[in-house]
Unconditional design. Structure first.
Length: 255
């Protein structure tokens, strides 16, 4: 899959963090980006690009009907959809026996991180399969890239809720790839460690400094490095049904 003006990428969680970084980097390479988030985006970031190349729409990934409509609007706007980055997510940190723990927080996290990721993947895949069936000549491939976490297998203290949600995102990757491979749709899970994003700033600075020392490079990742990895997956059409850690070989301790 070539990253050029013919590529259309649908991104959730695009107002900050990994989502906006990937979007901006793809726009610089002339791709078309359909950016979504439940929060507002800083329009200054995308105002230099024409609406024929990028649009932003509000989308709450817990709204299944909203997801269906957004996929349809993406196709109406750009003609088709080639790749998805499921970047929308939340990271509640609550001890399972803490006073602030509640099933409401658990349900919200699973609804956004797991069901939201699943439904965006589902409706994007339905569109991709339709495109594959109607094309006279088969396209090289399509890609759905989900954002897991090192918490998928090794969550921090107070990370039961978040770890459960990201573990589910990791677990759905291989069977989803098996389901969709016949349509030329690849599914990959990226499992980042700690990056300098707004979400990570929830963690106390003292802990963040300690965690940085545990990586091989002695620092946290930059969103641009996540974006570079995303682009590599898009371009390498044999990466499929797998996951990988983007954490500089970090061993998460008991903090």
């Amino acid at each position: 899959m070539r990253i050029d003006s013919s590529l259309v990428v649908f991104i959730t969680g695009a107002s900050s963090g990994f989502g906006i970084q990937v979007g901006l980097d793809l726009l610089k390479r002339d791709c078309k980006c359909y950016l979504t988030d439940r929060d507002d985006i800083d329009n200054k970031l995308i105002s230099q690009y024409p609406t024929t190349q990028v649009v932003f729409r509000h989308l709450d990934v817990t709204d299944e009907e909203g997801i269906k409509n957004a996929i349809k609007d993406c196709v109406k706007t750009f003609g088709h959809i080639d790749a998805v980055l499921n970047s929308a997510g939340i990271a509640p940190l609550e001890s399972i026996i803490g006073q602030n723990f509640s099933n409401k927080i658990l349900a919200q996290c699973l609804s956004i991180n797991v069901i939201g990721t699943f439904n965006v993947s589902k409706y994007a895949a339905l569109q991709m399969a339709q495109q594959q069936n109607t094309n006279k000549e088969k396209r090289r491939d399509y890609a759905i890239i989900n954002v897991g976490s090192i918490a998928s297998v090794n969550a921090l203290d107070k990370g039961s809720i978040y770890g459960a949600s990201k573990g589910a995102v990791l677990a759905m990757t291989l069977p989803m790839a098996r389901d969709l491979g016949r349509y030329g749709i690849r599914v990959v899970c990226m499992c980042p460690g700690f990056f300098n994003t707004k979400m990570v700033q929830q963690i106390p600075q003292t802990n963040l400094q300690q965690l940085a020392k545990l990586t091989c490079l002695g620092r946290h990742g930059e969103p641009s490095e996540f974006s570079n990895a995303f682009q590599a997956i898009i371009e390498n059409t044999f990466i499929n049904g797998t996951h990988f850690y983007l954490d500089s070989s970090m061993a998460t301790p008991h903090l």
